[in-house]
Design a protein around this ligand. Structure first.
Ligand code: PLP
Length: 464
Protein backbone atom coordinates (compact mmCIF):
# COMPACT_ATOMS: atom_id res chain seq x y z
CA UNK A 1 0.00 0.00 0.00
CA UNK A 2 1.40 3.38 -0.95
CA UNK A 3 2.00 5.92 1.77
CA UNK A 4 -0.71 8.16 0.39
CA UNK A 5 -3.32 5.39 0.34
CA UNK A 6 -2.41 4.47 3.88
CA UNK A 7 -2.72 8.09 4.95
CA UNK A 8 -6.21 8.41 3.44
CA UNK A 9 -7.34 5.09 4.92
CA UNK A 10 -6.11 6.06 8.32
CA UNK A 11 -7.71 9.49 8.08
CA UNK A 12 -11.01 7.84 7.17
CA UNK A 13 -10.69 5.78 10.37
CA UNK A 14 -10.06 8.92 12.41
CA UNK A 15 -13.11 10.52 10.84
CA UNK A 16 -15.31 7.50 11.56
CA UNK A 17 -13.99 7.35 15.14
CA UNK A 18 -15.04 10.95 15.63
CA UNK A 19 -18.55 10.26 14.32
CA UNK A 20 -18.80 7.30 16.71
CA UNK A 21 -18.27 9.63 19.67
CA UNK A 22 -21.18 11.90 18.78
CA UNK A 23 -23.73 10.24 21.00
CA UNK A 24 -21.58 10.56 24.11
CA UNK A 25 -19.02 13.32 23.68
CA UNK A 26 -19.76 16.60 25.47
CA UNK A 27 -21.17 18.89 22.81
CA UNK A 28 -19.24 21.82 24.15
CA UNK A 29 -15.58 20.75 24.15
CA UNK A 30 -13.60 20.70 27.41
CA UNK A 31 -10.41 22.56 26.44
CA UNK A 32 -9.99 26.28 27.01
CA UNK A 33 -8.61 28.44 24.23
CA UNK A 34 -5.34 28.77 26.17
CA UNK A 35 -5.06 25.00 26.50
CA UNK A 36 -5.62 24.69 22.76
CA UNK A 37 -2.98 27.32 22.08
CA UNK A 38 -0.56 25.38 24.26
CA UNK A 39 -1.39 22.08 22.54
CA UNK A 40 -1.34 23.39 18.97
CA UNK A 41 1.03 26.35 19.13
CA UNK A 42 4.77 26.82 19.43
CA UNK A 43 7.30 28.02 16.89
CA UNK A 44 6.99 27.12 13.21
CA UNK A 45 8.83 23.80 12.73
CA UNK A 46 12.06 24.06 10.75
CA UNK A 47 11.94 20.51 9.42
CA UNK A 48 9.29 18.52 7.53
CA UNK A 49 7.19 15.86 9.29
CA UNK A 50 5.55 12.66 8.05
CA UNK A 51 1.99 13.39 6.79
CA UNK A 52 0.48 10.55 8.82
CA UNK A 53 2.11 11.81 12.00
CA UNK A 54 0.92 15.35 11.24
CA UNK A 55 -2.68 14.27 10.74
CA UNK A 56 -2.74 11.97 13.77
CA UNK A 57 -1.31 14.64 15.99
CA UNK A 58 -3.69 17.27 14.63
CA UNK A 59 -6.69 15.01 15.27
CA UNK A 60 -5.53 14.26 18.81
CA UNK A 61 -4.65 17.81 19.78
CA UNK A 62 -7.62 19.52 18.11
CA UNK A 63 -10.22 17.06 19.41
CA UNK A 64 -10.63 18.69 22.85
CA UNK A 65 -11.51 21.92 21.02
CA UNK A 66 -13.95 20.50 18.47
CA UNK A 67 -17.62 21.36 19.04
CA UNK A 68 -20.07 18.47 18.58
CA UNK A 69 -21.83 20.29 15.75
CA UNK A 70 -22.67 17.14 13.74
CA UNK A 71 -24.54 15.72 16.78
CA UNK A 72 -28.32 15.50 16.79
CA UNK A 73 -28.32 17.50 20.04
CA UNK A 74 -26.51 20.53 18.67
CA UNK A 75 -29.20 23.18 18.23
CA UNK A 76 -27.10 26.36 18.12
CA UNK A 77 -27.65 29.23 15.66
CA UNK A 78 -28.97 27.57 12.46
CA UNK A 79 -26.20 25.17 11.59
CA UNK A 80 -27.37 21.94 9.94
CA UNK A 81 -25.50 18.65 9.75
CA UNK A 82 -23.74 16.80 6.96
CA UNK A 83 -25.54 14.02 5.11
CA UNK A 84 -23.27 10.99 4.60
CA UNK A 85 -23.34 11.23 0.81
CA UNK A 86 -22.58 14.95 0.94
CA UNK A 87 -19.73 14.43 3.38
CA UNK A 88 -18.17 11.72 1.22
CA UNK A 89 -18.61 13.80 -1.95
CA UNK A 90 -16.92 16.67 -0.15
CA UNK A 91 -13.89 14.45 0.49
CA UNK A 92 -13.74 13.60 -3.20
CA UNK A 93 -13.99 17.29 -4.00
CA UNK A 94 -10.77 17.83 -2.07
CA UNK A 95 -9.09 14.86 -3.72
CA UNK A 96 -10.07 16.00 -7.22
CA UNK A 97 -9.07 19.58 -6.34
CA UNK A 98 -10.78 21.10 -9.37
CA UNK A 99 -10.80 24.83 -9.87
CA UNK A 100 -14.49 25.35 -10.52
CA UNK A 101 -14.15 28.95 -11.70
CA UNK A 102 -13.84 27.95 -15.36
CA UNK A 103 -15.17 24.98 -17.32
CA UNK A 104 -11.58 24.20 -18.30
CA UNK A 105 -10.76 23.89 -14.59
CA UNK A 106 -13.22 21.01 -14.28
CA UNK A 107 -15.96 20.22 -16.81
CA UNK A 108 -17.64 17.72 -14.46
CA UNK A 109 -17.77 20.38 -11.72
CA UNK A 110 -19.43 22.80 -14.14
CA UNK A 111 -22.00 20.26 -15.31
CA UNK A 112 -22.81 19.11 -11.79
CA UNK A 113 -23.49 22.72 -10.77
CA UNK A 114 -25.72 23.12 -13.82
CA UNK A 115 -27.70 20.01 -12.94
CA UNK A 116 -27.92 20.79 -9.21
CA UNK A 117 -28.87 24.41 -9.96
CA UNK A 118 -31.81 23.19 -12.05
CA UNK A 119 -32.92 20.73 -9.36
CA UNK A 120 -32.67 23.42 -6.68
CA UNK A 121 -34.86 25.86 -8.61
CA UNK A 122 -37.46 23.12 -8.91
CA UNK A 123 -37.31 22.26 -5.19
CA UNK A 124 -37.23 25.86 -3.96
CA UNK A 125 -40.06 27.15 -6.15
CA UNK A 126 -37.82 29.50 -8.11
CA UNK A 127 -38.65 30.22 -11.78
CA UNK A 128 -36.79 27.91 -14.17
CA UNK A 129 -35.46 30.93 -16.08
CA UNK A 130 -33.56 32.28 -13.04
CA UNK A 131 -29.77 32.21 -12.98
CA UNK A 132 -27.87 30.87 -9.98
CA UNK A 133 -24.49 30.76 -8.29
CA UNK A 134 -22.88 28.50 -5.69
CA UNK A 135 -21.07 30.72 -3.21
CA UNK A 136 -19.58 30.39 0.28
CA UNK A 137 -22.71 31.14 2.29
CA UNK A 138 -25.88 33.16 2.45
CA UNK A 139 -23.78 36.24 3.26
CA UNK A 140 -22.08 36.06 -0.15
CA UNK A 141 -25.37 35.04 -1.78
CA UNK A 142 -26.73 38.40 -0.56
CA UNK A 143 -23.69 40.16 -2.01
CA UNK A 144 -24.22 38.41 -5.36
CA UNK A 145 -27.97 39.05 -5.50
CA UNK A 146 -27.74 42.63 -4.28
CA UNK A 147 -24.94 43.38 -6.76
CA UNK A 148 -27.38 42.31 -9.48
CA UNK A 149 -30.08 44.44 -7.84
CA UNK A 150 -27.75 47.45 -7.70
CA UNK A 151 -26.83 46.95 -11.36
CA UNK A 152 -30.44 46.69 -12.55
CA UNK A 153 -31.95 49.46 -10.44
CA UNK A 154 -29.21 51.91 -11.44
CA UNK A 155 -29.42 50.90 -15.08
CA UNK A 156 -33.12 51.73 -14.99
CA UNK A 157 -32.17 55.15 -13.61
CA UNK A 158 -29.78 55.63 -16.55
CA UNK A 159 -26.58 54.91 -14.60
CA UNK A 160 -23.85 52.46 -15.62
CA UNK A 161 -22.42 51.05 -12.38
CA UNK A 162 -19.81 48.93 -14.17
CA UNK A 163 -18.23 51.94 -15.86
CA UNK A 164 -18.96 54.75 -13.44
CA UNK A 165 -19.06 53.08 -10.03
CA UNK A 166 -21.17 54.57 -7.28
CA UNK A 167 -19.62 58.02 -7.01
CA UNK A 168 -22.25 60.50 -8.23
CA UNK A 169 -24.87 57.83 -8.91
CA UNK A 170 -28.51 58.27 -7.97
CA UNK A 171 -28.89 57.10 -4.34
CA UNK A 172 -30.33 53.63 -3.76
CA UNK A 173 -32.78 53.14 -0.90
CA UNK A 174 -33.13 49.73 0.73
CA UNK A 175 -36.34 48.93 2.58
CA UNK A 176 -35.82 46.08 5.04
CA UNK A 177 -37.51 44.82 8.19
CA UNK A 178 -36.08 45.69 11.60
CA UNK A 179 -35.62 41.95 12.18
CA UNK A 180 -33.58 41.44 9.02
CA UNK A 181 -30.43 39.35 9.34
CA UNK A 182 -27.22 41.32 9.94
CA UNK A 183 -25.66 39.88 6.79
CA UNK A 184 -28.01 42.08 4.73
CA UNK A 185 -26.39 45.17 6.23
CA UNK A 186 -22.88 43.88 5.58
CA UNK A 187 -23.70 42.85 2.01
CA UNK A 188 -24.98 46.36 1.37
CA UNK A 189 -21.93 47.89 3.02
CA UNK A 190 -19.60 45.85 0.80
CA UNK A 191 -21.58 47.11 -2.19
CA UNK A 192 -21.09 50.74 -1.19
CA UNK A 193 -24.62 51.14 0.19
CA UNK A 194 -24.27 52.44 3.74
CA UNK A 195 -26.56 51.94 6.70
CA UNK A 196 -27.92 55.46 6.14
CA UNK A 197 -29.55 54.19 2.94
CA UNK A 198 -31.55 51.52 4.79
CA UNK A 199 -35.14 52.42 5.56
CA UNK A 200 -36.07 50.16 8.49
CA UNK A 201 -39.60 48.77 8.37
CA UNK A 202 -41.20 47.89 11.71
CA UNK A 203 -41.84 44.25 12.55
CA UNK A 204 -44.56 42.54 14.54
CA UNK A 205 -44.10 40.46 17.69
CA UNK A 206 -42.97 37.42 15.68
CA UNK A 207 -40.45 39.45 13.70
CA UNK A 208 -42.52 39.74 10.49
CA UNK A 209 -42.33 42.93 8.46
CA UNK A 210 -45.45 45.09 8.84
CA UNK A 211 -46.70 45.60 5.31
CA UNK A 212 -48.71 48.75 6.07
CA UNK A 213 -45.43 50.40 7.09
CA UNK A 214 -43.74 49.11 3.95
CA UNK A 215 -46.54 50.59 1.83
CA UNK A 216 -46.09 53.97 3.54
CA UNK A 217 -42.34 53.88 3.11
CA UNK A 218 -42.63 52.96 -0.58
CA UNK A 219 -44.97 55.93 -1.09
CA UNK A 220 -42.20 58.27 0.08
CA UNK A 221 -39.64 56.91 -2.34
CA UNK A 222 -38.85 57.69 -5.90
CA UNK A 223 -35.65 56.56 -7.54
CA UNK A 224 -33.77 53.29 -7.30
CA UNK A 225 -35.02 51.08 -4.46
CA UNK A 226 -34.60 47.53 -3.24
CA UNK A 227 -36.91 45.72 -0.82
CA UNK A 228 -35.33 42.99 1.32
CA UNK A 229 -37.82 40.51 2.70
CA UNK A 230 -37.15 37.53 4.92
CA UNK A 231 -38.31 33.92 4.82
CA UNK A 232 -37.39 32.57 8.24
CA UNK A 233 -36.44 34.96 11.07
CA UNK A 234 -33.37 33.62 12.82
CA UNK A 235 -34.99 33.42 16.28
CA UNK A 236 -38.64 32.66 15.56
CA UNK A 237 -38.55 31.16 12.06
CA UNK A 238 -41.31 33.64 11.10
CA UNK A 239 -41.91 34.53 7.46
CA UNK A 240 -42.57 38.05 6.20
CA UNK A 241 -45.91 38.23 4.33
CA UNK A 242 -44.18 37.62 1.01
CA UNK A 243 -47.27 37.77 -1.22
CA UNK A 244 -48.23 41.25 -0.02
CA UNK A 245 -44.63 42.42 -0.12
CA UNK A 246 -44.23 41.14 -3.68
CA UNK A 247 -47.36 43.04 -4.75
CA UNK A 248 -46.22 46.26 -3.12
CA UNK A 249 -42.73 45.94 -4.59
CA UNK A 250 -44.07 45.28 -8.04
CA UNK A 251 -46.46 48.24 -7.89
CA UNK A 252 -43.60 50.50 -6.77
CA UNK A 253 -41.24 49.14 -9.44
CA UNK A 254 -38.59 48.09 -6.90
CA UNK A 255 -36.33 45.04 -6.85
CA UNK A 256 -37.43 42.41 -4.31
CA UNK A 257 -34.75 40.30 -2.65
CA UNK A 258 -35.62 37.39 -0.33
CA UNK A 259 -33.34 36.21 2.48
CA UNK A 260 -34.36 32.58 2.78
CA UNK A 261 -31.18 31.20 4.37
CA UNK A 262 -33.14 28.32 5.88
CA UNK A 263 -36.78 29.33 5.35
CA UNK A 264 -36.68 28.85 1.59
CA UNK A 265 -36.43 25.09 2.20
CA UNK A 266 -40.04 25.12 3.45
CA UNK A 267 -40.78 24.91 -0.27
CA UNK A 268 -39.83 21.22 -0.16
CA UNK A 269 -42.81 20.49 2.09
CA UNK A 270 -46.42 20.49 0.82
CA UNK A 271 -47.48 21.25 4.44
CA UNK A 272 -45.25 24.29 4.80
CA UNK A 273 -45.03 25.66 1.27
CA UNK A 274 -47.84 28.15 1.90
CA UNK A 275 -45.44 30.15 4.08
CA UNK A 276 -43.63 31.08 0.87
CA UNK A 277 -46.68 32.16 -1.13
CA UNK A 278 -45.56 35.04 -3.33
CA UNK A 279 -41.83 34.27 -2.98
CA UNK A 280 -41.73 33.17 -6.61
CA UNK A 281 -42.47 36.80 -7.58
CA UNK A 282 -39.15 38.02 -6.18
CA UNK A 283 -36.23 39.26 -8.25
CA UNK A 284 -33.55 37.43 -6.25
CA UNK A 285 -33.24 34.80 -3.54
CA UNK A 286 -30.39 33.91 -1.19
CA UNK A 287 -30.19 30.67 0.75
CA UNK A 288 -27.79 28.16 2.22
CA UNK A 289 -26.99 24.57 1.37
CA UNK A 290 -24.85 24.18 4.51
CA UNK A 291 -27.86 24.76 6.76
CA UNK A 292 -30.96 22.73 6.02
CA UNK A 293 -29.72 20.79 3.00
CA UNK A 294 -27.05 19.40 5.33
CA UNK A 295 -23.95 19.67 3.18
CA UNK A 296 -20.67 20.32 5.02
CA UNK A 297 -19.44 23.91 5.29
CA UNK A 298 -19.39 25.91 3.24
CA UNK A 299 -22.03 26.43 0.60
CA UNK A 300 -24.53 29.20 -0.08
CA UNK A 301 -26.80 29.68 -3.08
CA UNK A 302 -27.82 32.79 -5.00
CA UNK A 303 -30.66 32.92 -7.54
CA UNK A 304 -31.55 35.86 -9.74
CA UNK A 305 -34.69 36.24 -11.86
CA UNK A 306 -32.79 38.49 -14.29
CA UNK A 307 -29.77 36.57 -15.59
CA UNK A 308 -28.56 39.58 -17.60
CA UNK A 309 -28.26 41.75 -14.50
CA UNK A 310 -26.65 38.91 -12.55
CA UNK A 311 -24.05 38.25 -15.21
CA UNK A 312 -23.40 41.92 -15.89
CA UNK A 313 -22.68 42.45 -12.19
CA UNK A 314 -20.24 39.54 -11.92
CA UNK A 315 -18.71 38.86 -15.33
CA UNK A 316 -15.06 39.35 -16.05
CA UNK A 317 -12.62 38.59 -18.84
CA UNK A 318 -8.87 38.37 -19.31
CA UNK A 319 -6.76 37.28 -22.23
CA UNK A 320 -5.49 34.16 -20.50
CA UNK A 321 -8.91 32.85 -19.41
CA UNK A 322 -9.76 30.09 -21.84
CA UNK A 323 -13.50 29.92 -22.33
CA UNK A 324 -15.65 28.02 -24.75
CA UNK A 325 -19.02 29.66 -25.37
CA UNK A 326 -20.51 26.35 -26.52
CA UNK A 327 -19.47 24.50 -23.38
CA UNK A 328 -21.10 24.68 -19.95
CA UNK A 329 -21.13 28.07 -18.26
CA UNK A 330 -18.03 29.47 -16.61
CA UNK A 331 -19.12 29.84 -12.99
CA UNK A 332 -16.80 32.77 -12.35
CA UNK A 333 -19.10 34.89 -14.54
CA UNK A 334 -21.81 34.41 -11.87
CA UNK A 335 -19.89 34.39 -8.58
CA UNK A 336 -17.81 36.94 -6.68
CA UNK A 337 -15.03 34.33 -6.37
CA UNK A 338 -12.45 33.76 -9.09
CA UNK A 339 -10.73 30.49 -8.21
CA UNK A 340 -13.21 28.42 -6.27
CA UNK A 341 -13.98 25.06 -4.72
CA UNK A 342 -16.23 22.72 -6.71
CA UNK A 343 -19.10 23.18 -4.25
CA UNK A 344 -21.62 21.53 -6.54
CA UNK A 345 -20.44 17.97 -5.88
CA UNK A 346 -21.62 17.88 -2.25
CA UNK A 347 -24.92 19.56 -3.13
CA UNK A 348 -25.48 17.14 -6.00
CA UNK A 349 -24.74 14.16 -3.72
CA UNK A 350 -27.08 15.50 -1.01
CA UNK A 351 -29.92 15.91 -3.50
CA UNK A 352 -29.31 12.53 -5.12
CA UNK A 353 -29.22 10.75 -1.79
CA UNK A 354 -32.37 12.43 -0.43
CA UNK A 355 -34.47 12.65 -3.53
CA UNK A 356 -37.49 14.92 -3.43
CA UNK A 357 -39.14 12.76 -0.80
CA UNK A 358 -36.10 12.60 1.43
CA UNK A 359 -35.79 16.38 1.45
CA UNK A 360 -39.49 16.72 2.31
CA UNK A 361 -38.94 14.28 5.19
CA UNK A 362 -35.84 16.12 6.42
CA UNK A 363 -37.69 19.45 6.51
CA UNK A 364 -40.92 18.10 7.95
CA UNK A 365 -39.28 15.92 10.59
CA UNK A 366 -37.08 18.83 11.74
CA UNK A 367 -40.22 20.93 12.18
CA UNK A 368 -42.08 18.10 13.92
CA UNK A 369 -39.19 17.74 16.37
CA UNK A 370 -39.14 21.48 17.00
CA UNK A 371 -42.89 21.37 17.77
CA UNK A 372 -42.40 18.39 20.06
CA UNK A 373 -39.60 20.19 21.92
CA UNK A 374 -41.76 23.31 22.25
CA UNK A 375 -44.64 21.24 23.60
CA UNK A 376 -42.49 19.46 26.18
CA UNK A 377 -40.34 22.36 27.31
CA UNK A 378 -43.50 24.45 27.86
CA UNK A 379 -44.54 22.04 30.60
CA UNK A 380 -41.41 22.78 32.67
CA UNK A 381 -41.92 25.21 35.58
CA UNK A 382 -41.77 28.87 34.60
CA UNK A 383 -41.18 28.12 30.92
CA UNK A 384 -42.75 30.26 28.25
CA UNK A 385 -42.47 29.55 24.52
CA UNK A 386 -42.30 32.93 22.83
CA UNK A 387 -42.84 32.10 19.17
CA UNK A 388 -45.43 30.41 17.03
CA UNK A 389 -43.43 27.35 16.04
CA UNK A 390 -44.19 27.64 12.33
CA UNK A 391 -40.90 26.07 11.24
CA UNK A 392 -37.83 24.59 12.94
CA UNK A 393 -37.04 27.34 15.47
CA UNK A 394 -38.16 27.45 19.11
CA UNK A 395 -37.69 30.59 21.22
CA UNK A 396 -38.33 30.24 24.96
CA UNK A 397 -37.47 31.56 28.36
CA UNK A 398 -37.94 30.80 32.03
CA UNK A 399 -39.33 32.84 34.93
CA UNK A 400 -36.94 35.79 34.58
CA UNK A 401 -33.64 36.69 32.89
CA UNK A 402 -31.64 35.19 35.70
CA UNK A 403 -33.46 31.85 35.58
CA UNK A 404 -33.21 31.80 31.77
CA UNK A 405 -29.47 32.48 31.68
CA UNK A 406 -28.79 30.03 34.51
CA UNK A 407 -30.74 27.21 32.82
CA UNK A 408 -28.98 27.82 29.50
CA UNK A 409 -25.54 27.92 31.16
CA UNK A 410 -26.28 24.73 33.06
CA UNK A 411 -27.40 22.85 29.93
CA UNK A 412 -24.44 24.11 27.91
CA UNK A 413 -22.03 23.08 30.68
CA UNK A 414 -23.65 19.64 30.98
CA UNK A 415 -22.47 18.80 27.45
CA UNK A 416 -25.81 17.04 26.82
CA UNK A 417 -27.03 19.59 24.31
CA UNK A 418 -25.96 22.96 22.99
CA UNK A 419 -27.97 25.94 21.85
CA UNK A 420 -27.47 29.68 21.96
CA UNK A 421 -29.08 32.50 23.85
CA UNK A 422 -30.49 35.72 22.48
CA UNK A 423 -32.41 38.79 23.54
CA UNK A 424 -36.03 39.07 22.49
CA UNK A 425 -38.22 42.02 23.44
CA UNK A 426 -35.39 43.21 25.66
CA UNK A 427 -35.36 40.00 27.72
CA UNK A 428 -33.04 36.99 27.80
CA UNK A 429 -34.27 34.05 25.75
CA UNK A 430 -33.01 30.71 24.48
CA UNK A 431 -33.24 29.71 20.85
CA UNK A 432 -33.25 26.18 19.52
CA UNK A 433 -32.88 25.27 15.86
CA UNK A 434 -33.60 21.77 14.58
CA UNK A 435 -31.86 21.49 11.23
CA UNK A 436 -29.79 18.29 11.30
CA UNK A 437 -30.83 14.98 9.73
CA UNK A 438 -29.36 13.23 12.80
CA UNK A 439 -31.76 14.75 15.32
CA UNK A 440 -34.07 12.03 16.66
CA UNK A 441 -37.01 12.00 19.03
CA UNK A 442 -34.60 10.63 21.61
CA UNK A 443 -32.32 13.65 21.16
CA UNK A 444 -35.31 15.89 21.86
CA UNK A 445 -36.19 13.89 24.98
CA UNK A 446 -32.57 14.02 26.22
CA UNK A 447 -32.50 17.78 25.70
CA UNK A 448 -35.75 18.39 27.56
CA UNK A 449 -34.44 16.15 30.37
CA UNK A 450 -31.24 18.23 30.49
CA UNK A 451 -33.36 21.36 31.06
CA UNK A 452 -35.37 19.58 33.72
CA UNK A 453 -32.16 18.71 35.58
CA UNK A 454 -30.81 22.23 35.08
CA UNK A 455 -33.94 23.79 36.61
CA UNK A 456 -33.75 21.40 39.56
CA UNK A 457 -30.02 22.10 40.11
CA UNK A 458 -30.53 25.86 39.89
CA UNK A 459 -33.55 25.78 42.22
CA UNK A 460 -31.43 23.83 44.68
CA UNK A 461 -28.46 26.21 44.43
CA UNK A 462 -30.58 29.37 44.70
CA UNK A 463 -32.44 27.85 47.68
CA UNK A 464 -29.10 26.90 49.21
C1 PLP B 1 -27.46 32.09 8.63
C2 PLP B 1 -28.23 33.20 8.04
C3 PLP B 1 -27.63 34.10 7.16
C4 PLP B 1 -26.15 34.07 6.87
O1 PLP B 1 -25.79 32.88 6.26
P1 PLP B 1 -24.27 32.38 6.17
O2 PLP B 1 -24.39 31.11 5.42
O3 PLP B 1 -23.83 32.18 7.59
O4 PLP B 1 -23.48 33.42 5.46
C5 PLP B 1 -28.43 35.06 6.57
N1 PLP B 1 -29.74 35.13 6.84
C6 PLP B 1 -30.36 34.30 7.71
C7 PLP B 1 -31.83 34.44 7.95
C8 PLP B 1 -29.63 33.29 8.33
O5 PLP B 1 -30.23 32.44 9.17
Amino acid sequence: MSGERELLRHTAELAADFLDTLDERPLWPPATVDELRAALGGPLPEEPSEPLAVVEELARRADPGVVGIPSGRYFGFVIGGALPAALAADWLTSVWDQNAGLVVGGPAAAVVEEVAGTWLKDLLGIPTTASFAFVTGCQMAHVTCLAAARHATLERAGWDIVRDGLAGSPPIRVLAGTKRHVTIDRALRLLGIGSGSIVPIASDEQGRMRTAELADALDQIDGPAIVCAQAGEVNTGAFDPLGEIAELSRAAGTWLHVDGAFGLWASASPELRHLLDGADQADSWATDAHKWLNVPYDCGLAFVAHPDAHRAAMRLTAEYLVTDPDAARDQMDWTPEFSRRARGFAVYAALRSLGRRGLTDLVESSCARARRFAHEIASLPGCEVLNDVVLNQVLFRFRDDEATSAALAEVQASGEAWMSGTTWDGRAAIRLSVSNWRTTERDIARTVAAFERALAANAYSSAG
